[in-house]
Design a protein around this ligand. Structure first.
Ligand SMILES: Cc1cc2nc3c(=O)[nH]c(=O)nc-3n(C[C@H](O)[C@H](O)[C@H](O)COP(=O)(O)OP(=O)(O)OC[C@H]3O[C@@H](n4cnc5c(N)ncnc54)[C@H](O)[C@@H]3O)c2cc1C
Length: 453
């Protein structure tokens, strides 16, 4: 008779929890997973997937405009938001079903409901309790909205995916990647967007050239960027209009105010104190390099640990955990050279160190940078430039950072990331033959170092 009901009990069926559970079951473990919302977590329901579908939707306007220079003519396009949201919802429902099937096929027991730790080996879901040798907390994160007067009139990204109509004059508050992506989505679909950010330049953490290049492109498109500013108060007028008071006292009128001002780890009301699981000052669960918490039988992965909050990272942490617990291979997740994209328009792709971080770490750094008009835009007439940048450790010649702003940046940087993981040198980039005519070939043809400032 087994000592516990399960070998692994996972709380949260999002990106990390599902993968850890499926892999653990594949290694022979008896696994259960509890979820109190829709299967697939943030990424599938209110994150990466619906977001990218909306990005695709909004990009068609550009495509139609660009087509004119190639001889196409068409009546001015119009867009139906309800069709988009209905089709998006149908696809998300299909994915929820795929997740259910994947878990069932792996033999993972699905339990619907909100789970709570009772002690180091016990979880309660509703009135039922379950015991497990190992408990995995993979509860993700949730949008953080500031406590300003009138915040109840604002929405977060969660609600933005379910609006009844496209707002005509939205304000997007925030300077992270989600804010930049929504500014692009709403602008592309035809809204007059104002983006408000409290710092001097958005997208903190990305390379400074990338940040200023995207700001320039946003402004050129007509997105009203207000940096060094913040929404400090919201009032709703009798006609339903929203009045956003900014820190300088000016007032903007809007029909929707989307706050994308950060997310916090979902650790509240989880029973973590009862089980004596320690938190960091940020509210994230403290874990060691194998994702083990302060309680030896409790583990945590994904956004709730606030390491790198991306779906592939949560999945990677889940795979490493399954190998550690049930395949006899203690495996630490790797958090360096993690590539990422911002699906702004134009998009950002980045891997490795920014120039500033590389200078801080290596001292002597060579920088290669190019900004050019893509071939397509010679006929489309679109006044947009693509930026590419390589950061090289001068002593070893290793490429330690690659950055891009331009169409397909995520697709291109994914390949470059392999080179960085392999420790490629600038000489090896130079020895690589380009694919012509592409934008990507610029990454292997940059020869002139940027003169030090
Ligand atoms: C708008 C937006 C866009 C994004 N775009 C991208 C992108 O393009 N690329 C990318 O890589 N990442 C993106 N992300 C981030 C990505 O979604 C997260 O990093 C990822 O989902 C984290 O996975 P997770 O397993 O840690 O948590 P989640 O996927 O959030 O899953 C946690 C699950 O736990 C459940 N849960 C919580 N508490 C309990 C409880 N007590 N009992 C039972 N269940 C519980 C939740 O309901 C949820 O389903 C985006 C996020 C947002 C918000």
């Amino acid at each position: 008779m087994a000592r516990y009901d399960y070998d692994l009990f996972t709380i949260g069926a999002g990106s990390g929890g599902v993968r850890a559970s499926r892999m653990s079951a594949r290694y022979g473990a008896r696994v259960a997973i509890a979820e109190d919302r829709d299967l697939g977590g943030t990424c599938v329901n209110v994150g990466c997937i619906p977001k990218k579908l909306l990005v695709y939707a909004s990009a068609f306007r550009r495509d139609v405009e660009d087509a004119a220079g190639f001889g196409w003519s068409a009546p001015p396009p119009s867009h139906d938001w309800r069709t988009l949201i209905r089709n998006k919802d149908a696809e998300i429902a299909r994915l929820n079903g795929v997740y259910a099937r994947l878990l069932d096929e792996a033999g993972v027991q699905r339990i619907a409901g909100r789970a709570r730790l009772v002690d180091a080996h016990t979880v309660a879901v509703g009135r039922e309790t379950f015991t497990a040798e190992h408990i995995l907390v993979a509860t993700g994160s949730w949008p953080t909205l500031p406590a300003i007067p009138g915040i109840e009139h604002a929405i977060s990204s969660n609600e933005a995916f379910h609006l009844g109509a496209l707002p005509e004059r939205p304000i997007v508050a925030g300077g992270g990647y989600i804010a930049a992506e929504f500014a692009g989505i709403l602008h592309g679909l035809g809204a007059r967007v104002t983006q408000v950010y409290r710092g001097p330049l958005f997208l903190r953490g990305f390379d400074d050239d990338v940040r200023s290049h995207l700001a320039h492109e946003f402004r050129r498109q007509g997105i009203d960027l207000r940096f060094d500013s913040a929404v400090v108060r919201i009032d709703k007028a009798s006609d339903g209009a929203l009045h956003a008071t900014l820190a300088d006292g000016s007032v903007l009128e809007a029909d929707a105010i989307l706050f994308a001002t950060g997310r916090h780890p979902l650790t509240q009301d989880l029973g973590l104190e009862d089980a004596k699981v320690e938190l960091l000052a940020s509210g994230a669960i403290r874990v060691d390099e194998y994702s083990r918490t302060s309680v030896p039988s409790v583990w945590a992965i994904g956004d709730v640990t606030n390491r790198i909050n991306l779906t592939p990272v949560a999945i990677h942490e889940g795979m490493c955990l399954a190998a550690t617990l049930f395949d006899g291979r203690p495996t630490r997740p790797v958090h360096v050279n993690v590539p990422s994209a911002v699906f702004s328009q134009p998009a950002i792709g980045a891997v490795g160190l920014t120039e500033a971080r590389a200078r801080a770490r290596y001292g002597a750094v060579d920088v290669y940078r190019t900004a050019f008009r893509e071939l397509k835009h010679t006929l489309s007439g679109r006044d947009e430039r693509t930026l590419m940048k390589l950061v090289v450790d001068a002593a070893s010649d290793r490429v330690v950072g690659a950055h891009m702003v331009g169409d397909h940046a995520g697709e291109i940087i994914q390949g470059i990331a392999i080179a960085l993981v392999c420790g490629a040198t600038k000489a090896q980039f130079d020895a690589t033959v380009g694919i012509h005519p592409t934008a990507a070939e610029e990454f292997v043809t940059m020869r002139e170092k940027v003169a030090p400032a």
